[in-house]
Design a protein around this ligand. Structure first.
Ligand SMILES: Cc1ncc(COP(=O)(O)O)c(C=O)c1O
Length: 466
């Protein structure tokens, strides 16, 4: 029996408060390292099955009685409204034990700058004012770092610190448009952007994107017809396709934004995963406040360092700042100090180099392995980042038997079968705000070791074969 199975059984059978075997005892009996045992204990603690009390031991957690009230009235009160945000839970969920994840968008713990984080957090906690309020716009020193990072000519007073890229998108959609307004989104695009735009009451208008990014000819037509003043893009290694906006299209997009008086939210989420010498942020070509540049640190540090900088020029800055204030006043000073400590540490550039190298190796290994799977076609071969976007084609098993192309929606069943086979992938369907033009899977190598990729792809292939 595995350590996890043993602890689960004991937690189910023993009364609450019972002492469980110590980490040392489990290590000895199962011939596992204490770190491995500790990880299992932490996982069960997160599930609420055990309590780990430092210096004392691990105990069976208290069991909660079923809720006594009758909340069925809420079904009537809440009505059948759409549920923005419902699709996002799986983006932040941890993979169940024993499964391999080709789904998570966050690099796994082996790629976090853990010692930099620990040192920066310890230093931040000792600083006077660590627990005091922060200026609503963010700490000056951190804003100065984001400004310098965004490129020449960007000033700290044009930066707003928010708690991660998702918060930046919510604030930008609410701050820059009003309910009922159209917002242009690439098709496909980041599901969290579709959800945030919908939650803000905006009407997403899709414009197709290909291997060179959004199609400017179709963007022009959409801006003309809808009068949209807000465009959301990821101009670098876009999620999910992995495409970078080509230099010609960059110019065309900016020209359209200028002529239509529109904002372009550029979600530069993959900045730290691009090859050295990759394009400058779109902001570099726009002094006039059309581009709102979003730069999150969560992907290249750790998912819980929830810090992003938004560069926004002109009166729009106050709109975004106020949108944030209504949410939660300001971002934790401790977290801002910690982020600043990490990105200004001498080890930060080395961390980024390692991160890029490891992710590139994983992506290339996955692209090669997936190329051999019948029924899957890589839509684009990204030059960086952790994402691969695959189209289901007439191939093996139930997908396109007899040469019939898979239908949009077929991927949901495939994702279920893959999960049963022990590998997590995401259905492409939620990444479209309107009808997709095919059935797709989104694969991420952020959370899987290179050594596990052949096994993960074999499991996916077996799910496709059916
Ligand atoms: C394109 C894109 N933008 C924003 C986010 C939000 O991430 P965070 O809020 O952790 O910065 C994600 C997360 O997956 C993403 O893929």
């Amino acid at each position: 029996m595995s350590i996890e199975a043993e602890l689960r059984r004991l937690a189910a059978e023993l009364p609450a408060g019972s002492r469980l075997p110590s980490v040392r005892e489990l290590s000895r009996r199962h011939r596992a390292g204490p770190v491995t045992v500790q990880r299992v204990v932490t996982r069960l603690e997160r599930e609420g099955l055990v309590d780990a009390v430092p210096g004392s031991g691990t105990f069976v957690a208290r069991r909660w009685a079923p809720a006594p009230g009758d909340v069925s009235w809420q079904t009537v009160a809440l009505g059948a409204r759409p549920l923005p945000g419902a699709g996002l839970a799986e983006l932040v969920a941890a993979a169940p034990a024993g499964t391999l994840s080709l789904a998570t968008g966050y690099p796994d713990a082996s790629l976090w700058p853990s010692s930099l984080l620990a040192a920066a957090a310890a230093r931040a906690a000792r600083r006077p004012g660590a627990w005091d309020r922060s200026p609503a716009q963010g700490l000056e020193a951190l804003r100065a770092w984001f400004a310098a990072d965004a490129g020449p000519g960007v000033r700290p007073d044009e930066v707003l610190v928010v708690s991660g890229g998702q918060a930046a998108l919510s604030a930008a959609f609410r701050g820059l448009a009003s309910p009922g307004d159209p917002v242009v989104l690439e098709a496909p695009t980041y599901v969290g952007a579709i959800e945030a735009a919908t939650a803000a009451g905006l009407h997403p208008v899709p414009v197709p994107a290909d291997s060179a990014g959004i199609r400017p000819d179709l963007l022009a037509a959409v801006l003309h017809v809808t009068g949209a003043r807000l465009i959301y893009l990821q101009t670098r290694l876009a999620n999910p396709v992995g495409a970078t906006l080509s230099p010609e299209r960059r110019e065309a997009v900016l020209a359209l934004a200028r002529s239509h008086g529109a904002f372009v939210i550029d979600d530069d989420f993959a900045r730290d995963f691009d090859r050295p010498g990759g394009p400058a942020p779109l902001l570099a070509d726009d002094p006039d406040g059309h581009v709102v540049h979003v730069r999150s640190l969560t992907k290249s540090t750790a998912p819980a360092l929830r810090i992003a900088g938004v560069v926004v020029r002109g009166p729009a800055l106050a709109r975004l700042r106020n949108a944030r204030l209504t949410d939660d006043f300001f971002v934790s000073t401790m977290l801002q100090e910690t982020a600043l400590g990490v990105v200004t540490a001498s080890g930060w550039p080395r961390h980024l180099t390692t991160l890029r190298r490891v992710i590139d190796e994983r992506r290339q290994a996955a692209a090669s392995a997936l190329a051999g799977v019948p029924g899957l076609q890589l839509v684009h071969r990204p030059t960086g980042g952790f994402l691969l976007w695959l189209r289901l084609t007439p191939g093996a098993g139930g997908y396109g038997n007899g040469g019939i192309p898979p239908e949009p929606g077929d991927e949901a069943e495939l994702v279920r079968r893959a999960r049963a086979a022990g590998v997590l992938v995401l259905s492409g369907r939620p990444w479209f705000c309107a009808e997709p033009d095919g059935a797709y899977l989104r694969v991420s190598v952020a959370g899987i070791a290179a050594a596990d990729i052949p096994e993960a792809v074999a499991r996916l292939a077996s799910a496709i074969e059916g």
